[in-house]
Design a protein around this ligand. Structure first.
Ligand SMILES: [Zn+2]
Length: 162
């Protein structure tokens, strides 16, 4: 998935979470999701965040490979712990954005090593899309319209401005 698809699908999913829980759609929550949705690709020097990582991406890719440990449930869990240690809308958003990035890549043809480092095999959904292909473009627009729907139907924009 391209970074913009990760951001839009994760923010849309995060908006969906808001409609079924007592979490508020605040500005720090949304910024947290967008950031969390980018962090896993810190293992790829050519990714949006990798190009802005001052060389960290190259180190991580060398150590773990792309779509290695940063795309595992263990990494997701670490961000949940971060939220538990420092609870805020922002850290909650990061944990949610991170988790939905892994979900997004789970539906791609390459899959993700969910149980890394224990078990390095990449797992994927039975139904997948091609990264960067026309299916991804369709996904991007579905997520965008879902987000707009949540924003207006559930009046989330009011929480965003409050
Ligand atoms: Zn990824």
């Amino acid at each position: 998935m391209k970074y913009r698809t990760h951001i839009v699908t994760s923010v849309a999913a995060g908006a969906g979470v808001v409609t079924t829980t007592d979490i508020s759609f605040t500005f720090p929550y949304v910024i947290g999701i967008a950031l969390g949705a980018l962090i896993p690709d810190i293992d790829e020097p050519n990714s949006f965040i990798g190009r802005r990582s001052f060389g960290l991406a190259r180190l991580i890719k060398t150590a773990f490979g792309h779509r290695g440990i940063t795309h595992s449930l263990l990494a997701c869990f670490l961000f949940v712990l971060l939220y538990q240690k420092y609870p805020s809308d922002f850290t909650l958003g990061i944990a949610i954005g991170y988790a939905f990035h892994i979900v997004g890549d789970f539906f791609s043809k390459r899959g993700v090593p969910l149980f890394s480092p224990l078990f390095k095999k990449k797992m994927k959904s039975p139904l997948t899309y091609e990264t960067g292909g026309s299916q991804e473009t369709v996904l991007f627009y579905i997520a965008l319209f879902t987000l707009i729907y949540f924003l207006y139907e559930h009046k989330l924009y009011l929480q965003l401005l409050s």
